[in-house]
Design a protein around this ligand. Structure first.
Ligand code: PMT
Length: 313
């Protein structure tokens, strides 16, 4: 009998363009394997659950893609090649520094009778220079591959393809699963084709999305360093749920965070230990980002993991 994740893939049509993404993924992994560069897959942002095939309405979640996009920049700084799998229109590494009003506030407008010029304000020059340097270096070395998804089905298809491309890298790759993945969906054959009529109240029934960590850890990338995230809104459940995930899926690390203070505090939970990272108010005010410390910690854990694999532990 097919497992629930196999049923999911057989019932949800393959997204258009998946073969092109697979080609990019394979080339990227082969290139960085040849160059002896470690690779990390970062997933980022939320997934949508369409209510209609011709989608007018969908269910979504809060994730802005901050965790994933900031972490991707820090992994690049640590020398990793990064596959950034992100929700279309959520934050992306580097460009995230220039979104909305933040960008306009960095500019200065000077108008004289015969000339108008726009410059970067002096207090922002060094910050922008650092971002642009990071971006140009990632481009030059071909160290950043960005692939997007929108729906839960697109996410799960792309994730499986990414795992197939990464599997041969074994312990030298990290999967850093920061996306906020929908837990419920409407199977393709149960979904309305056209816009649902608003002439009467509706009851919509959702099925459970299979827990994809199960085949991912045990079958798709069994030798990789897999990091999952655990999000809760009730602090009394958080660490127990993170431990449950480790017991169930047997991967390496769970990063536990609360919706309410996720930019200030996370707990890194392994089979043997847990470690809290907490930014002070001063650090937050000075613009420090917690992902710097998360990524440093993950990279250290990854190094020990590789060393143990080499010793056969
Ligand atoms: O993007 P931001 O606004 O910065 O927010 C960051 C974040 C809070 C989204 C991020 O830090 C985070 O916690 N991401 C994971 C959120 C989540 O989906 O948590 P969960 O407890 O529902 O799932 C736990 C793990 O199971 C996740 O790593 C997920 O990849 C995995 N999962 C989830 C559903 C599913 N069907 N299969 C899965 O394998």
């Amino acid at each position: 009998m097919a497992s629930n994740w196999e049923e999911f893939y057989s019932s949800q049509p393959k997204p258009a363009g998946l073969e092109d993404s697979e080609r990019l993924l394979n080339n990227f992994c082969i290139k960085h394997f040849a160059g002896d560069t470690k690779v990390v897959l970062v997933t980022s942002g939320g997934t949508t659950v369409p209510l209609e095939h011709n989608t007018v309405r969908f269910v979504d979640n809060f994730s802005a893609g901050t965790r994933g996009s900031v972490s991707a920049e820090f992994f690049l700084k640590q020398g990793y090649a990064v596959i950034f799998m992100y929700r279309l229109k959520s934050l992306q590494p580097f460009s995230r520094h220039f979104t909305g009003q933040k960008f306009l506030d960095m500019l200065e407008l000077t108008e004289t009778k015969d000339k108008t010029s726009i410059t970067v304000t002096s207090k922002n020059i060094s910050k922008i220079a650092e971002v642009v340097q990071g971006y140009k270096a990632a481009l030059k070395d071909g160290k950043l591959l960005e692939l997007s998804f929108t729906t839960i089905a697109e996410y799960l298809w792309l994730l499986r393809s990414a795992c197939q491309a990464l599997a041969f890298l074994k312990e030298s790759c990290i999967l850093y699963l920061a996306a906020a993945v929908s837990d419920f969906y409407i199977p393709a054959d149960e979904m309305s084709v056209h816009k649902i009529s608003s002439s009467k109240p509706q009851t919509i029934s959702f099925q459970l999305v299979p827990k994809i960590l199960a085949p991912l850890v045990s079958l798709w990338v069994p030798n990789a360093f897999v990091v999952s995230f655990k999000l809760e809104t009730d602090k009394d459940l958080l660490i127990a749920k993170a431990r449950d995930a480790l017991d169930k899926y047997k991967h390496k690390l769970v990063i536990a965070n609360m919706l309410q203070n996720r930019k200030q505090q996370v707990t890194l939970v392994t089979q043997k230990s847990s470690c809290v990272i907490n930014l002070t108010e001063e650090q937050l005010e000075s613009g420090e980002e917690i992902e710097k410390y998360i990524v440093e910690n993950v990279v250290e854990n990854h190094k020990s993991f590789i060393a143990n694999c080499k010793k056969g532990i």
